[in-house]
Design a protein around this ligand. Structure first.
Ligand code: ZN
Length: 598
């Protein structure tokens, strides 16, 4: 998942003609919903006017005539035709209002709010994204007690292709997937540490790990993009989604929640089969999610489906209420930036609070600020988590069930690796401690953090995390993963040295530019000087590669070790090798032509 940049522009009225908004009671509700959002109130007025004139396409035309206060406006004199249209619209509005009132007053979400146990402890959930890079099982044996001590009481396991699928799904498993026994051990470690385990199964988008395979390509929404299934193909649910859920749930028999994903369904209602149905994409989305959630609830009684909220965020409150999803799923509202209010205005909370009996939120501890990042930016992640704390404390009318600290390993199935789990232990523990001790001063949380990381007593981190957002001095501590954290700190230094040398000799200095290379014309003495620095770096890179392979092998299988080294270290070596090659070609010459050089 990538950071959402569109939610801030959400229009609560949406594309649906908002006929009910003209009734005083509904209008009061909608205006209340838009509290503190002037543009929203204005939009309601525009939609109201458009609706009254039976012209849903007239936003731009009527915008100039709408009073900026969003209150009333004079209805101009109308012909008898307009009067008939107005009468018909008002009749429709009245009918809609009656339906809406019955619907709204009977919503189970409202009733359940009254029955809720307000003393129920918030769940602090650590997301473990296992896709294509499975940590060795023993890491969880040491990690789970550590995160439990830092305040975690649940983990969200996203297996993707690391689950040992069977039968028709056999090929959906990576060749280095966990065995069933290994997963049972992992679940046992979690249980021993007092952690709930919530499995995550993607059921709509982000199914690349399956849809990439030839035998599953006919389930795709678009033939060219192996991301989403087609919700109008009955086999998508019957043969694929049901099977996925059943196989994963067969090993999670004590789970209380199942996360069904459903985020970033970028291509929706675009295939021929979907377009033939002439349904809005929102309704197609709802139909599929409801079908999945109903299946989960019927097949596994007591289990509550969770889903990412991004596809719902821009719906109108009426659409969300009408969807019925409030009775079927609990949304997990994710934002990884520091400015959460920008992406989630007040009215979104009002809407979610009225529709859903429980709402979850999601911050990030890794994998949110760069697809190729090697270590988490602790300053940004802590700001994101602290911003969520403020939202949790200040938002009224929403029953929050838990916060998920997400930690992405790849941005999707096809992407390269981003921050590895052992390297992210400092970020994970810091953010867990921050959300677990909301009323403690940050200095005390930092103290708890350095103790949890087994740091030497002399180590005093910068409380603001400003001096070094990556906190590389933590390499002196003894947390699980600290040796890999230290190796990655060395990598960052090596990467900077390679970048500097390459830029210096190819751009700043005058003997190894592309001009020199193209015309085979340079000073051997100057080139050999650059070559000697490059050779030293190549030796350091080789030594780093060998030692890091051994360290990474303590946490990951050889496939993941090789992948990381190929993605991160080899490009540096290749850059140095290309310099060496150019130098060798250029110095092979011992006589040069007269200028001008052709
Ligand atoms: Zn389709």
């Amino acid at each position: 998942m990538v950071e959402d940049s569109t939610a801030g522009s959400a229009n609560i009225v949406g594309r649906r003609p908002n006929s009910m908004a003209s009734h005083p009671r509904i209008r009061q509700y909608v205006v209340e919903l838009c509290d503190a959002h002037a543009y929203c109130t204005q939009s309601v007025t525009i939609q109201q006017k458009s609706s009254e004139y039976g012209d849903s396409q007239s936003d731009r035309k009527t915008q100039d005539a709408v009073p900026s206060s969003g209150q009333s406006f004079k209805v101009p004199a109308m012909s008898w035709r307009q009067n008939i249209v107005l009468f018909s619209v008002l009749l429709l509005l009245s009918l809609n209002f009656i339906v809406f009132n019955v619907h709204w007053s009977n919503r189970p979400a409202v009733k359940r709010h009254k029955d809720m146990d307000s003393s129920q402890e918030m769940l602090r959930v650590v997301h473990l994204d296992l896709k294509g890079a499975p940590p060795r099982i023993h890491l969880f044996k040491t990690l789970f007690p550590l995160i439990a001590a830092a305040g975690a009481n649940a983990v969200l396991l996203e297996y993707e292709d690391m689950f040992p699928f069977e039968g028709i799904l056999k090929n959906a498993s990576a060749k280095n997937a966990y065995s069933r026994e290994e997963i049972l051990w992992m679940l046992d470690y979690a249980h021993q540490s007092g952690l709930e385990v919530i499995p995550l199964v993607q059921t709509f988008g982000h199914l690349e790990f399956i849809l990439k395979l030839p035998e599953f390509r006919h389930f795709r929404e678009l033939s060219a993009f192996p991301q989403e299934i087609c919700p109008s193909n009955p086999d998508s649910f019957q043969l694929l989604v049901r099977e996925l859920i059943q196989q994963v749930m067969s090993i999670h028999q004590t789970a209380k929640w199942l996360h069904i994903g459903c985020d970033e369904v970028f291509h929706l209602a675009v295939c021929e089969r979907c377009t033939r149905r002439h349904l809005e994409s929102r309704l197609l989305f709802t139909e599929h999610v409801a079908r999945v959630a109903q299946f989960v609830r019927a097949e596994f009684p007591g289990i509550i489906p969770l889903m990412w909220d991004d596809m719902l965020r821009q719906w109108s409150p009426m659409d969300l209420a009408d969807s019925g999803l409030g009775e079927l799923v609990e949304p997990v509202v994710w934002v990884y930036s520091e400015d959460i209010a920008h992406l989630l205005p007040h009215y979104v909370w009002y809407m979610y609070g009225h529709v859903f009996p429980h709402v979850w939120v999601a911050s990030a501890y890794k994998g949110a600020y760069g697809e190729t990042a090697v270590a988490p930016d602790l300053q940004r992640h802590s700001k994101n988590n602290l911003a969520w704390l403020k939202i949790l404390q200040a938002t009224k009318g929403v029953q929050f069930r838990g916060i998920v600290l997400t930690g992405w390993t790849r941005y999707d199935h096809f992407a390269v690796l981003c921050e590895l789990l052992p390297v992210s232990v400092p970020s994970l523990l810091l953010n867990l401690l921050l959300v677990s001790h909301p009323h403690q001063p940050k200095s005390q949380v930092i103290h708890l953090w350095t103790r949890a990381l087994a740091c030497p007593p002399t180590l005093i981190p910068d409380e603001s995390l400003q001096s070094d957002p990556f906190q590389w001095h933590l390499r002196a501590c003894a947390f699980p993963g600290s040796n890999l954290f230290s190796a990655v700190a060395s990598y960052v230094v090596l990467q900077a040295q390679v970048d500097t040398l390459y830029t210096d000799v190819t751009q700043r200095q005058g003997w190894l530019t592309m001009y020199n290379v193209r015309h085979n014309f340079s000073s051997p003495w100057r080139l050999l000087e650059a070559l000697s620095k490059g050779q030293q770096l190549v030796r350091e890179l080789t030594a780093f590669r060998n030692s890091t392979a051994l360290i990474m092998g303590q946490y990951f299988d050889q496939f993941t070790v090789d992948e990381w080294l190929e993605q991160k270290v080899d490009p540096l070596t290749e850059r140095m090798a290309s310099l060496q090659h150019f130098v060798h070609v250029l110095v092979a010459r011992d006589t040069w032509p007269r200028r001008p050089i052709m």
